[in-house]
Design a protein around this ligand. Sequence first.
Ligand code: SAM
Length: 278
Amino acid sequence: MADFWVTEAMNGFGMTVQVEAELCRRQSKYQKIELYQTKKLGRLLLLDGIIQLTDFDEFAYHEMLANLPMFAHDNPRRALVIGGGDGGVLRELGRHPELETIDICEIDEEVINVAREFLPEISCGYDDPRVRVHIADGSEFVKDKPESYDVIIVDSTDPGGPGAPLFGEAFYRDMKRALRPGGVIATQAESPYLLPEIVARLNAVSKRIFRSTGYASIMVPTYPTGMIGACVAGDREDVRIPARPIPPELARQLRYYNTELHRAAFTTPNFVTRLLNA
Ligand code: SAM
């Protein structure tokens, strides 16, 4: 097949990747799922035309989304992932022997099926015996889980489509109720260049609900604007400071996250600081 290019276009912005072959195209009940073999970046997953990951840089996003809340907590035992059907956050959580249970609540079973078939190095996260899969809307799932989790990670699509309720204040309040004392959340919090109003809103909501909150920047070249953020929050002294060191065995496996970066990621440029204080 001749080479061609795939573009994610959003808000007057585009991110284009050269691809060699379309490996999969499915319409699930919730979204259009596309998977390509790219020329230079390994495999590429899109949902409704929006880039979710490439093999090239998925480690940056998945390591940060998993490890920021895991190390903001001094003793996490029970984790919940909402969204994250590709399995990347599960894979990172699986590197933590201290976790006793890892639940995932993904709305679209077809995303899991596609990841299992085409993204084995990412979906291997499902092979961990501590993982329990729930197919449901995460915003409903958390409602009846009082004091159940130490860490909740929301690896969601953007606010359009099935991810919409995961960006509302009610969901953040429900997550707080689902946390055990001292629990920490980390949520996909968009790019301040692309969606500044969402960065500002999620931060304002978190500040109203949690004692400590912060916006961490993550460099991901294949997301439009080359970056994305995580909103990290919890009823702790300061989630921006790691609560414990990284065990050397885990540190050797990580390609992006480290203790210095945990602190540094929350240092924001002035225009972002203003968004966070708006
Ligand atoms: N890292 C990605 C990004 O930001 O581009 C997100 C990856 S992950 C594939 C996003 C997942 O969230 C999708 O599989 C989607 O089906 C799931 N999702 C969207 N809305 C959801 C909801 N309300 N409850 C549970 N999962 C949801």
